[in-house]
Write a protein that binds this ligand. Sequence first.
Ligand code: UGB
Length: 603
Amino acid sequence: APPSLQKNLQLLSPDQVELAKMLVDMGQTHLFDHWADPGTDDEEKKAFFSQVTKLDHSYPGGLVSYIKNARELLANSKAGKNPFDGFTPSVPSGEVLKFGEDNFLNFEVEGVKEARRAAFVLVAGGLGERLGYNGIKVALPAETTTWTCFLLQYIESILALQEASNRIARDGCQREIPFAIMTSDDTHTRILQLLESKNYFGMKQSQVTLLKQEKVACLDDNDARLAQDPQNKYRIQTKPHGHGDVHSLLYSSGILDIWHAGGIKWVLFFQDTNGLLFKAIPASLGVSSIRQFHVNSLAVPRRAKEAMGGITRLTHADGRSMVINVEYNQLDPLLRSSGYPDGDANCETGYSPFPGNINQLILELDPYIEELRKTGGAIKEFINPKYKDASRTSFKSSTRLECMMQDYPKTLPPTARVRFTVMDKWLAYAPVKNNPEDAAKVPKGNPYHSATSGEMAIYRANSLILREAGVKVDDPVIQVFNGQEVEVWPRIVWKPKWGLIFSHVKKKVSGSCSITQKSSMVIDGNGIFIHSLSLDGTLLVKSSDEAEVKVEGKVQNKGWAMEKVDYKDTSVPEEIRIRGFRINKLEQLEATHNESGKFSLKP
Ligand code: UGB
């Protein structure tokens, strides 16, 4: 041990001495080089060991494994070793669904039936640097007609699934769907505060579990020397390890066994800002159940170069084969080096032949637990050092290991049923990831993935669903907000319990209905029926679960107008600025029925 550590040994507890030994054995003596003599900074030294203990506990196999894994990955990276060496990519086959078709409807019904045996997991540890929003992303309104934030929308969707699933179950048992949220130091407190301030958005607090992911140690060089925190010489610098942490957290928390004992069969993972996602959940869960998929990844048609991973079959020279996400930055070089000279390019359909991963995974719990018992939830990691020069010996800034939740299948045996389900993009995927400036730079034809496009996608999907149900919905107009050209459809929003699946929507819409482009409509209540409605303006209908409200006739008023806002105008709240418009509520027809009974709304 270095003399600076020797001198301080008297301060350390036996556990701390063990940790210090481990660090020395693992070539980390530099961490003690600058330690002051006993009597100075002693509290900081204690805090150093608290941090080391935490880093050691939160990684499967502890810091020793972390450093060993890092050395191996750093050596591979230095040698320029291709992680796909020996593998040939090809386009995999999976279930391809079209909204409204018979098999889609059947899968939806099956999905609702299975939902009461599902648990949901939201990965919400990311800060969303690309979005540049100051708050937590799940608190952002998915749309500003009702100002429903993502977290509320997710919880209402899970509760609607729970209710519908319990309603059709034969055992009469009212089951509760568990909901776990992975947080991080960046998001934990604010997510907890949001839930508490809103009474868990109507979910029972006992249904919700927060699991906080820890950061991992940064590395300074190819020997995996742990980096000193630039702010404090008695700390190791740390950075996020990625959403792959969700598996080890679920495993080490013991929650999977609790779910198993409670009769859960499916675990559904999803990301923080996709306002369409739950429209795709019932059918894809139905696919998992009917097709008996151990792993089912949700996918959508992908444009070449789009910032979403491609689902690929990788076949090794030795016969191994797997269906796995290849991250967007790796797909192009992989294809170029394996007989696709154009790399990541669109085919004649105008899309990449590789379906786009939207990182919504449905895992069957039994084989999942079995696998995690073997791996402890450790996921194949990667490292992405930014080298100073071609010698690949030093880094521009410290690096760390990372992992992704969709890499879970990489350790599975070839017998595992790893498949995917492709959905219509307009139905399933519209994340909010990019800030206005970056979104405006997206090449024409590629999605913006901004707050603007995310909101417009919700109106578009609801309009298209109503069209499919027989409503005459006007075509959209094209408008430019924050430099992004988007389709503006009528602003139609409903609560998940009203139109959870397409057959529910169809039952609630009848006669000859029409909605003009300038219209807005908000439906909040399970028992609201729309009959021969002609809407040209804004209509807001709300009812309690016990009420049945029939809305018919002609509604005409000035409605709600969309007014442009410049994102640079800091006098406007950030939530509005990042979409480039605000809704001016000029005139509306509003009806609320909180009492039980049958009502008719005939303007
Ligand atoms: N997240 C965490 O919870 N913890 C972390 O440490 C990091 C993230 P991004 P990205 O759907 O379009 C993913 O940053 O890089 C959460 C897939 O890898 O949005 O765009 C975070 O809060 C990619 O294959 O991910 O890439 C958020 O909820 C593709 O499918 C989620 O993880 C892409 O998403 C994703 O974080 C996509």
